[in-house]
Design a protein around this ligand. Structure first.
Ligand code: NDP
Length: 490
């Protein structure tokens, strides 16, 4: 039998990094069969053993930090140092998930209330079985591992389909896992194109799909999942806003804004794409931003555009933005495939594609606003709602703006900082998706709550769940409920 393969390429040089199998539906089914058995074994190991093995996996990844970063660099084109940063973040999440799964998910007693006085109630979060993870290419370690680490820690087996642009990294992550857990294929990677992912989403034995990618693909994956009522976590794109309030530390805001927009060539789901600056600080902020942007170059400070087709989107947004707005830094000439130099455009109409659609490139639009209120209104007028940033020296004001920002997470006086805090959940609203990875919510996402109520003794004089129940039983219940719940507070 011949195996059909596809190549992963270095986007900076076009050279072949590796060749991988296009695994078909049959191969995916076989992986899921193995995963089902592995899931039972992994579940029965118990939380303490899983923790030990996952911490071991963490140590294996840490030991391979540099070679893994080199592979990420080759497949995505991003600088090795950025890849190191991504892997370090992954390690901290894996550590947190491993250490906290038992505590967050383990069986615990919950209060029953007076009506259930004779009961003992326990709650436990059980693994789902096999979880399918479908990942993107932009952070090929951090992003899928945000689901994989938490799904594994929660006691599931994982079948992972990496992006066709970064299959080598996906294969390596599973290989490293086998070094820590050689007994059973608890974490497998299947490689291929979209059809391989579709086969995974369509397998009824997969009990949840954790999808990270574009909103359009999420809809297709959801449709495939609907066939079997398979639940899905959808981590999709964003069009994150960055608000600079009148009392902000302007140089710090400009510095953070630029890094949030340009790092990873802007190919970050929570990258800065829209900037709203309050009138009083607009001029100094723009001076800082422009001066700093002129020091940053593609190919030196950040890598190429990984996915060639994205260049067309970036080019279209830049062309539209500079026509309807005013170029501050760069312009159409900034696109020198596969690189794109920084592009900053101001006064771009809010209804243009450059402001509404995800660009996923090193570009930003900037708008002057009357006040923070208007900035917030414009920030929230997006179909997306993933992350966002607020810069203000007033802690209470910043907290209020952050709370009112329509997004899953907001960084204050820093950028993207929430993604590095393992105990914080990560995910979006609207077109940015639903469900959460990371933190306690991220662990629970890959479980089903199991409720058990045990009767400790028969409630004297209140035999309610029996056909021998008398009128007196009901009278006593009504009296008790009236005492407990019948009094109005105002
Ligand atoms: P895509 O939506 O193109 O692909 C995501 C994954 O889905 C890939 O593995 C892809 O495989 C797979 N896929 C494609 N078609 C199907 C299908 N019909 N059924 C099942 N799987 C399928 O996204 P990108 O890889 O281009 O990633 C960029 C997007 O991801 C951006 O919108 C970005 O904002 C978002 N993103 C969101 C994050 C978040 O946490 N919210 C984090 C990182 C990125 P293949 O590559 O082989 O086509």
């Amino acid at each position: 039998m011949t195996t059909v393969t596809f190549d992963s390429l270095n986007p900076a040089t076009g050279q072949v990094v590796g060749s991988h199998a296009k695994q078909d539906a049959q191969a995916v089914r076989e992986a899921v069969t193995l995963a089902e058995e592995a899931a039972r074994w992994w579940d029965e190991l118990g939380a303490a053993e899983r923790r030990r093995r996952l911490l071991d996996y963490k140590a294996v990844i840490t030991g391979q930090l540099r070679p893994l970063a080199e592979l990420v660099h080759q497949e995505t084109g991003k600088p090795v140092d950025d890849a190191v940063l991504e892997i370090v973040l992954t390690i901290t999440h894996l550590d947190w998930a491993a250490r906290n799964a038992g505590k967050v998910l383990g069986r615990r007693r919950v209060a029953t209330g007076l009506v259930g006085l004779n009961l003992q109630a326990t709650l436990e979060y059980l693994p789902l079985g096999v979880v399918g993870v479908i990942g993107p290419w932009n952070y090929p370690v951090f992003t899928p591992m945000g689901s994989i680490s938490y799904a594994l820690a929660a006691g599931n087996a994982v079948v992972f389909k990496p992006s066709e642009l970064t299959p080598g990294v996906g294969v390596r992550l599973a290989e490293l896992f086998r070094e820590a857990v050689p007994e059973r294929p608890v974490f497998q990677t299947v490689t291929g194109l979209g059809e391989t992912g579709a086969a995974l989403a369509g397998d009824p034995r997969v009990k949840k799909i954790a999808f990270t990618g574009s909103t359009a693909t999420a809809k297709r994956v959801m449709a495939a999942c609907a066939e079997n009522l398979t639940p899905i976590v959808a981590e999709c794109g964003g069009k994150d806003a960055f608000i600079v309030d009148a009392d902000a530390d302007v140089p710090a805001a400009a510095d953070a804004c630029l890094w949030g927009a340009l790092s990873n060539a802007g190919q970050t789901c929570v990258g800065v794409e829209r900037v709203y600056v309050v009138d009083q600080v607009y001029e100094p902020f723009m001076r800082e931003l422009k001066a700093r942007a002129e020091q940053v170059r593609a190919g030196e400070h950040y890598g190429p555009i990984t996915m060639p087709a994205q260049l067309d989107v970036i080019r279209r947004h830049i062309d539209e933005a500079v026509t309807s707005g005013k170029a501050v830094t760069g312009g159409p000439e900034s696109v020198r495939a596969p690189y794109v130099d920084p592009v900053i455009v101001e006064d771009v109409p809010e209804d243009s594609a450059a402001v509404r659609e995800e660009t996923f490139g090193p570009t930003i639009t900037v708008r002057r606003t009357r006040d923070a209120h208007e900035a917030l209104e414009l920030a929230n007028a997006s179909a997306y709602g993933l992350g966002g940033t607020v810069f203000s020296r007033d802690t209470r004001r910043a907290a209020r703006l952050a709370r009112l920002m329509r997004s899953g997470a907001t960084a204050v006086n820093s950028v993207i900082s929430f993604a590095g805090v393992p105990s914080l959940p990560f995910g979006g609203v609207g077109d940015s998706g639903f469900g959460r990875i990371h933190g306690a919510d991220g662990l629970r996402e890959f479980t089903r709550p199991k409720a058990v109520a045990r009767q400790r003794f028969a409630m004297p004089g209140m035999n309610l769940t029996s056909f021998s129940r008398g009128a007196d039983d009901l009278e006593r219940l009504i009296r008790m409920v009236t005492i407990l719940h019948g009094r109005r507070k105002r």
